[in-house]
Ligand binder design. Structure first.
Ligand code: TEU
Length: 577
């Protein structure tokens, strides 16, 4: 009998639903304005009620909080702002008592510059930990610290060069993210051994898995070559030298051998992989590879980016994102496994991004339906289940995220209003405003002043206002999760997209044995759509299973944002032979 009885099966996670908590914005129990572990414990009933199987916590470790905890200064502790190890043990025990599991965020591409490992490494050229990080002298012919002396021309994820000059040693250190997040050198065996020791320590403490932050960036080309410079850019794209290198496979297999192999319970492993391709994801998540259970790909959440990335708004939107998701369904149909998400702490809220604010509830529930009925593991990000929206940040003073702040510093050629408008549309702070528990001024998040403002326009968008409303977004998420637990076709049915003559009409089936099948048909627009011949190839008679609107004549005409799930009526269903 498994320790956790909420989802059984081998492996247990195949029909599980994961809920991501961003601890600093979830629930504040001590009134300091920052969410904490005790607040999560106090709100576990909400996750229980939703039907959640796995809780993923964004980092709770000691950190200077330069990147809200993704800059870790002690891998085996809890930052005092969130609580302490004893409270985390209490949370783990309560989660397990409820038959759920808990996954922590593993951030080992980089540490904080205040981690003892880095402090020792930067202490001198002869430090025993010098090669635990990427140190290089100034470019030949240049003096350290002057423009152009950086060892490569790479632009980082948070704007600017990926190199920081260290006056004391006269060398530069590499940081793909902020200068307070120096990259670890994964080619050093002692680095890997120290990481694996830490991972085993957490597993022995009772956690059930890891979400691995940018894990496909851990291998760098030791030659550290320059990258191509795009038109209009002053720095180069170094990703060929550090993103998705073949070496990542052998490192992940070594991690699997060293950390997971001898565990009695299957440990859930989720790799966050910016830029990962389908073929790479199939290799990483093929069980025969012994690497990862699933990966987060970024292609669908890049559909609305322009050539210059997220701040360069592109022409793509929901149609392109749906096409990407369908391609990933086909690409991992026979080998590997998909994660399924619209939201996380790095993405703007999907109902604002791809839905219709005028039809907020209907579009939120339609987007949820078409995601949760796909093959893979769905991830619900805090607040998504009640349809939380983006926030109209009025000024830069309301922003907290280093990525947005660095963009605004660097937004050459844009007016302040235009730059802020792009942050409003794409900024990560949209996902990080306090969880809306009720309609009170502080949304029930904290009795103190929150670290970031509560979204102002939120009428009807709170747990308390939706919990007992059967027509709410929350109620619909509850039904979608219950359907995944009750209907094997949601987990195992083969995905088949049915082409339609309406670009905003998404139709797909999930097919099992003996003609068993589910049909999903969704109008992903704010106009009515005639279904017409679109169902002609969906043979059989269909009975309604779930709809996000009051049932209408869905086989003929779909109302705006109407999403329907139906089950094929198979001979013998009604007991007749
Ligand atoms: O994000 C990785 C990553 O690629 C993000 O920088 C993403 O591309 C960007 O935020 C989109 O706007 C992970 C964490 O999820 C993120 O919160 C951290 O800032 C980052 O790694 C560094 O640890």
């Amino acid at each position: 009998m498994s320790l956790h009885d909420r989802v059984a099966g081998d492996p247990w996670w195949r029909n599980a639903v994961v809920y991501q908590v961003y601890p600093r914005s979830f629930a504040d129990s001590d009134g300091d304005g920052v969410g904490d572990l005790r607040g999560i414990i106090q709100r576990l009933d909400h996750l229980d009620d939703l039907g959640i199987d796995v809780l993923w916590l964004s980092p709770i470790y000691p950190s200077p909080q330069d990147d809200n905890g993704y800059d870790i200064s002690d891998y085996r502790g809890v930052d005092p702002v969130f609580g302490d190890l004893e409270t985390l043990d209490e949370l783990i025990a309560d989660v397990h008592r409820r038959g759920m599991r808990i996954v922590l965020d593993l951030v080992v591409n980089h540490t904080s510059d205040e981690h003892p490992w880095f402090e020792e490494s930067r202490s001198g050229l002869d430090s025993p930990k010098r090669d635990w990080y990427w140190w290089r002298p100034p470019r030949l012919g240049h003096r350290g610290g002057e423009p152009g002396a950086e060892p490569t021309n790479w632009e980082g994820f948070f704007s600017g060069s990926t190199w920081e000059f260290d006056e004391a040693s006269g060398e530069y250190f590499l940081h793909l993210f902020s200068r307070k997040q120096p990259d670890l050198n994964w080619e050093h065996p002692a680095v890997r051994s120290a990481v694996y020791d830490m991972m085993r320590w957490w597993l022995d403490r009772g956690i059930d898995g890891f979400r691995m932050d940018v894990i496909n960036l851990i291998s760098k080309d030791p030659a550290l070559p320059d990258g191509p410079v795009a038109p209009g850019r002053s720095l180069g794209d170094g990703s060929a030298a550090y993103l998705g290198r073949e070496r990542v496979h052998s490192l992940l297999r070594e991690m699997h051998r060293e950390v997971f192999t001898d565990r009695t319970e299957h440990i859930l492993t989720i790799g966050e992989m910016p830029g990962v391709r389908i073929d790479q994801a199939a290799d990483h998540t093929d069980p025969a590879s012994n690497e990862l259970d699933m990966v987060f790909q970024f292609e669908h959440v890049g559909a609305d980016h322009g050539p210059g990335g997220k701040w360069d708004l592109g022409s793509g939107g929901l149609r392109e994102a749906i096409d990407v998701l369908c391609r990933w369904q086909d690409g991992l149909a026979d080998r590997g496994w998909n994660s399924l998400y619209w939201n996380n702490h790095d993405q703007p809220r999907v109902v604002s991004r791809f839905g219709d604010p005028e039809r907020w509830r209907d579009s939120a529930t339609a987007l949820a339906t078409v995601l949760h009925l796909q093959r893979g593991t769905p991830f619900v990000y805090q607040g998504e289940e009640i349809g939380m929206t983006n926030t109209p940040f009025a000024s830069v003073d309301e922003l907290r995220d280093i990525e947005s702040l660095r963009f605004l510093d660097d937004a050459a050629g844009l007016s302040a209003a235009e730059a802020l408008g792009r942050v409003h549309r794409m900024g990560r702070d949209n996902a990080r405003t306090p969880m809306q528990w009720d309609a009170s001024p502080g949304a029930g998040f904290s009795s103190g002043t929150p670290w970031i403002g509560v979204t102002p326009d939120r009428a009807g968008i709170s747990v308390a206002e939706q919990r007992t409303d059967p027509t709410s977004v929350l109620a619909h998420y509850r039904r979608l999760i219950a359907l995944r637990h009750d209907e094997p076709l949601v987990t195992d049915g083969r995905f088949r997209r049915i082409t339609t003559d309406a670009p905003d009409l998404l139709v797909f089936t999930r097919e099992g044995e003996h003609d068993a099948a589910l049909l999903v048909i969704a109008n992903l627009s704010s106009e009515h759509i005639e279904v017409g011949e679109s169902l002609a190839t969906a043979e059989g008679d269909w009975e309604l299973v779930l709809s996000n609107l009051d049932p209408g004549d869905w086989m003929t005409r779909l109302r705006p944002w109407e999403a329907v799930v139906a089950r094929r009526v198979v001979a013998g269903d009604d007991g007749t032979t």
